[in-house]
Design a protein around this ligand. Structure first.
Ligand code: ZN
Length: 224
């Protein structure tokens, strides 16, 4: 599920050696359905026309239409995992001042909630607060679906694991960071922590032969 915008690569990934050309930034969310039919959504994209992402992203996002095309009603989703509270991942959690997924738990790391501020606090967290499922570190949040704290991009950034697939949020933004996890991303909150986490987590996922499901690569799935 995605839309795309263009950003200058040399600015976004300093020292990467990438050419001075636009970066086509995609936005992917992932819907998991287990054998019992339970549905878990990982991230909610850029959201409605009045979303906090409206100042920079191509709103409205396309998640609602893509769920409908997959035959999924929002009320059927049992858990929504937000990898972090940036506007291109969490804004689609709400629309018209209400939670979009009325029966879902919204799974967010405690550290991320504590750091929430501005429109993401006022327009998203405060709207979903009655459905929040705060976790602290590693947790199984639905059968076979695990979250793992992976801080640096944001204080409470988390990744999601389901079988061999790892949904990595903004652990990596561009394939160049797979080859060199030390390459920073302009909007990492804590670049050193982000680089350390990226190196550690990618090494572990590579050893486990995980398949990455990224938020922003052109191709959603990437083998390591
Ligand atoms: Zn992002």
């Amino acid at each position: 599920m995605g839309a795309a915008i263009r950003r200058p690569l040399t600015e976004m990934f300093a020292g990467s050696g990438l050419r001075d050309e636009p970066w086509v930034l995609h936005f992917h969310c992932y819907l998991l359905r287990d054998a019992a039919g339970r549905l878990t959504l990982v991230d909610t994209g850029i959201g409605a026309a009045d979303s906090p992402a409206a100042s920079w992203a191509p709103v409205p996002g396309t998640l609602a239409g893509e769920l409908a095309a997959a035959g999924v009603a929002p009320a059927e989703v049992g858990a929504v995992i937000l990898t972090h509270l940036h506007s291109d991942h969490a804004s689609g959690a709400v629309a018209e001042g209400r939670p979009v997924f009325e029966n879902a738990r919204y799974v967010v790391q405690q550290a991320e909630l504590e750091a929430a501020a501005g429109p993401m606090l006022d327009d998203v967290v405060s709207v979903i607060k009655g459905q929040l499922h705060a976790v602290d570190g590693d947790a199984e949040v639905a059968p076979g679906v695990h979250v793992h704290l992976a801080p640096g991009h944001t204080p409470g950034h988390q990744i999601v694991r389901a079988g061999e697939v790892a949904m990595t949020g903004d652990l990596v933004l561009h394939p160049v960071q797979l080859a060199d996890p030390a390459i920073p991303y302009l909007y990492d909150d804590d670049p050193e922590a982000a680089a350390r986490t990226r190196a550690e987590v990618l090494a572990r996922l590579r050893a486990e032969r995980a398949v990455l499901a990224t938020a922003h690569f052109a191709e959603p799935f990437t083998a390591l």
